[in-house]
Design a binder for this molecule. Structure first.
Ligand code: ZN
Length: 426
């Protein structure tokens, strides 16, 4: 995963353009799957929005009057405001400063800024860098700066990646992440890297559910996909948005808008069962955050939650050059992946049974499920049998029962196997 992260990191991505296509090509190669790269033309209406013009960038810089590059996109793609329109002009530092963004509180970091829906241009530099420019202005140069942005903003396409892995069931799990940020590791490459690894793994498995992976530009990509795929929504029984998931913060799960849907109950169970290894936090849905805002909008209302470590905006490196390759560690990516893999395992093994003797408790002793002599190992399972038998009414799944009695899913699963072997549940 770290290798994939390092490969994707230098690419200048935005909500459209060749950076997205190049990233999708790399993901396709990594996952060894038939990831579909889909293009939606600029101007197309998607619900209340319109697909924007396609933006591509060749180079951008500012030179002082001696011809020295004092800001250079080629050194760090965060230096340019994403979606900057082309410009080739000369101006004073005062004029230029109207288009320069810094973070005074974090003087060494370069901010990340965008101007998707307002045709403008700008540069982002560290605050220290700006102070240096102010010191040297009029000293080592005549005060005129050459501003050059070689970009295009024209009719084109919005590109996204979609991978469908069919299972035995038509019921689908939707796993979505976004691929629209330039060189930042946690927000946003940790999500695509994690889902790429999962796709690569699941592509080799025999699956119960069908799995649909989306690698889309944030917001506009989710809106576009939903608008174009309403006919697929009925099959979606659960899903996750994965974002900001490679830092060292605790795992956080934000429930879907439905709050106690299957996926919400499964993730809660996984996090409780792995709590000895991983701390966690569970929050109710709120309409802030990433693409769960679209997936859980009231007219869509899919059972899709959001899995993160430190959520967007809550880590100080967020949307700055400090969200770099050191900020995301192999260890944390792997630990997040282990949780995600466990969620899939729980999904795949969860079942809903019916108690075939629902009138009073069945006689367990007669079936060898009750150690009549006393406290043998077998008797540890008796409370589990009682929970499973009582709630196996066709409405509560094993995960629901596991959450009700707060006992690890693996123990419930084993006890259910015993009961099924003795034809007490089906
Ligand atoms: Zn972001």
């Amino acid at each position: 995963m770290k290798n994939l992260l390092e490969k994707l990191f230098p690419i200048c991505r935005s909500i459209t353009g060749n950076g997205v296509r190049k990233s999708l090509d790399i993901i396709k190669e990594y996952t060894k799957t038939d990831l579909n790269i889909i293009e939606i033309p600029s101007g197309k209406k998607v619900y209340d929005w319109e697909i924007p013009k396609e933006w591509n960038i060749n180079t951008a810089w500012v030179k002082d009057s001696n011809g020295n590059k004092i800001i250079d996109f080629d050194l760090n793609n965060l230096h340019l405001v994403s979606y900057s329109i082309p410009i080739d002009d000369y101006m004073s530092l005062d004029e230029l400063k109207k288009h320069i963004h810094t973070i005074p509180d974090k003087p060494d970091w370069i901010p990340y800024r965008t101007s998707y829906y307002n045709e403008d241009w700008g540069f982002c530099i560290s605050h220290k860098h700006l102070e240096e420019l102010e010191v040297f202005d009029g000293v080592s140069n005549s005060g005129e700066y050459h501003v050059y942005i070689d970009s295009t903003l024209e009719q084109g396409n919005l590109s996204y990646g979609e991978l469908f892995l069919p299972g035995k069931s038509n019921e689908e799990i939707l796993l979505s992440t976004y691929i629209c940020h330039p060189s930042m590791a946690n927000d946003n490459l940790s999500g695509p890297v994690l889902l790429s690894e999962l796709a690569k793994n699941l592509a080799k498995e025999d699956l119960h559910y069908s799995y649909r992976f989306l690698f889309i530009p944030e917001t506009i990509g989710a809106i576009a996909w939903l608008s174009e795929n309403e006919n697929k929504l009925n099959n979606i029984v659960g899903g996750l948005v994965a974002t900001c998931i490679g830092d060292s913060g605790v795992i956080q799960y934000k429930r879907s808008r439905q709050i106690y849907s299957m996926i919400d109950n499964i993730v809660e169970r996984v996090l409780k069962d792995t709590a000895a290894i991983e701390e966690y936090d569970i929050k109710d849905f709120e309409p802030l955050g990433s693409d769960e805002r679209q997936f859980c909008s009231p007219g869509i209302n899919l059972p899709i939650g959001c899995l993160t470590r430190t959520p967007y905006g809550e880590f100080e490196e967020y949307h700055t050059s400090a969200d770099n390759l050191d900020f995301v560690t192999e260890y944390n990516l792997q630990a997040s992946f282990d949780i995600l893999k466990e969620i899939i395992y729980y999904l795949e093994y969860n079942k809903t049974y019916i108690n075939v003797n629902p009138k009073c408790e069945p006689n367990l002793g007669r079936r060898g499920l009750y150690d009549l002599i006393g406290a043998g190992d077998r008797n540890k399972s008796i409370p589990l049998y009682k929970w499973i038998l009582n709630y196996s009414d066709g409405k509560n799944s094993l995960i629901d029962i596991s959450n009700k009695c707060d006992i690890k899913f693996e123990h419930i699963l084993e006890a259910a196997k015993d009961l099924e072997m003795k034809d007490l549940i089906k």
